[in-house]
Design a protein around this ligand. Structure first.
Ligand code: 9MR
Length: 305
C-alpha cells in the first residue's frame, strides 16, 4: 500500500500571504519524475530552480553545441504547473566544461561567455522570474575567487555576463548568488560592495541570492546579513535553503529573518525530501526520506499562519 501523504498546508500560499514572491524548491527531471515528490512540489512550492540542468556542463558541453533536453523539461513542467522559475546558473567555475577552462585569451573568453548566455538565456527569454548570472565568485575573505573567468578577465567578467544576460532576457531579474553569506561577514560585504560599484555605473544587478546552506544552530546572523545585502537597494532572495539537522527552530529563525527584511522577496529550498538532497546524510530539508512533512515544516507553517 502506498504511504499516505499527511495533510499539507500550502507553504507557498502562506508565504505569499505575507507579501513575498514565492517559496520554491530545486527540481529537475529526476525528482519531478518521483510521484510523491511531484505532488509536494505541486501543492507546497510556487517556484522551481533547475538543480543541475541549466549549468554549463549540461547545456554546452561542446563549444557552440547546445543541449536543452533537461532544461526544457523543467521549464515545461513549471509552465504546465504554473510555477515561477529561477534560472541557475550562467557563469560558475564549477560544472564547467574543460574547453572553457582552457581559454587564455580575453577576447575569446568574452565572446564565449556572450554566446553561452545569449543562447541559454535567450531560449527562455520572458519565461523566467530571475537568473543567477554569476555564482560563487568570492573567497571567504571577500577577494575574487580564482577561476578562468577572473584569471583571464579580472572583475570585468561580471559586467560582461550581466550585460549579456540583460540583452538576452530583458525581463528576468538578474542576480549575483553566493554561499556563506549567513552573517554580515567579509564575503557578504564584498558582494554588497561589488553590487554598489557596478550599479553606480549601470543598474545591472537586480538581486542578491544568499544560498543559505546552513548548519545546525547557525542562523543567528541571517537577518543582519539580509539587511547588509538589502542596503544595496537590490532585492534579496534565499536561493538554496537547507539546514543540517533540519531543526524547527533553525527553520523558523530563517523565515522570521526574511519576514523582518522587506527586500527579502523569496525562499527556495534546495530540494523537497532529505532522500534526494545533495547533503542527504544531514537530513536538511522539510520533508523526510518517506516524503512526509517534518517538524520543521509544521513549525514554519504555524509561523506563517
Ligand atoms: O545540488 C546540486 C548537486 O546535485 C550537484 O551534484 C552539485 C554539483 O556541483 O551542485 C549542487 O547544487 C549546488 C548549486 O548548483 C550551487 N550551490 C551549491 C549547491 C550544492 O552543492
Amino acid at each position: 500500500m502506498a504511504v499516505q501523504q499527511r495533510q499539507l498546508s500550502g507553504l507557498d500560499t502562506l508565504f505569499k500571504a505575507k507579501g513575498k514572491e514565492f517559496w520554491g524548491s530545486a527540481a529537475d527531471s529526476g525528482t519531478i519524475g518521483i510521484a510523491e515528490n511531484e505532488a509536494i512540489l505541486a501543492s507546497e512550492f510556487g517556484q522551481v530552480t533547475p538543480e543541475n540542468s541549466m549549468k554549463w556542463d549540461a547545456t554546452e558541453s561542446t563549444q557552440n553545441s547546445f543541449s536543452f533536453t533537461g532544461s526544457d523539461a523543467l521549464v515545461d513542467w513549471a509552465t504546465t504547473n504554473n510555477k515561477q522559475i529561477r534560472g541557475h546558473t550562467l557563469v560558475w567555475h564549477s560544472q564547467l566544461p574543460s574547453w572553457v577552462s582552457a581559454i587564455t585569451d580575453a577576447a575569446e573568453l568574452t565572446s564565449v561567455i556572450q554566446n553561452h548566455i545569449s543562447n541559454l538565456a535567450g531560449r527562455y527569454a520572458g519565461q523566467l522570474y530571475a537568473w543567477d548570472v554569476v555564482n560563487e565568485i568570492f573567497n571567504e575573505d571577500g577577494s575574487l575567487r580564482s577561476s578562468v573567468f577572473s584569471d583571464v578577465l579580472g572583475e570585468d567578467f561580471v559586467t560582461i555576463a550581466f550585460q549579456a544576460a540583460r540583452a538576452a532576457d530583458p525581463t528576468a531579474k538578474l542576480y549575483i548568488n553566493d554561499y556563506n553569506l549567513d552573517s554580515a561577514n567579509a564575503k557578504a560585504q564584498a558582494v554588497a560592495d561589488l553590487v554598489n560599484k557596478i550599479n553606480a555605473n549601470e543598474t545591472l544587478i537586480d538581486g542578491i541570492g544568499t544560498q543559505s546552506h546552513l548548519s545546525a544552530g547557525g542562523t543567528s546572523g541571517v537577518q543582519a546579513a539580509l539587511e547588509l545585502l538589502a542596503s544595496t537597494g537590490a532585492e534579496v532572495a534565499i536561493t538554496e535553503l537547507d539546514i543540517a539537522g533540519g531543526a524547527a527552530a533553525d527553520y523558523t529563525a530563517v523565515v522570521d529573518a526574511c519576514l523582518a527584511v522587506e527586500s527579502c522577496v523569496s525562499i527556495t529550498s534546495w530540494g523537497v525530501s532529505d532522500v534526494n538532497s545533495w547533503r542527504a546524510s544531514t537530513t536538511p530539508l522539510l520533508f523526510d526520506s518517506s516524503y512526509q512533512p517534518k517538524e520543521a515544516y509544521t513549525s514554519v507553517v504555524s509561523e506563517l499562519s
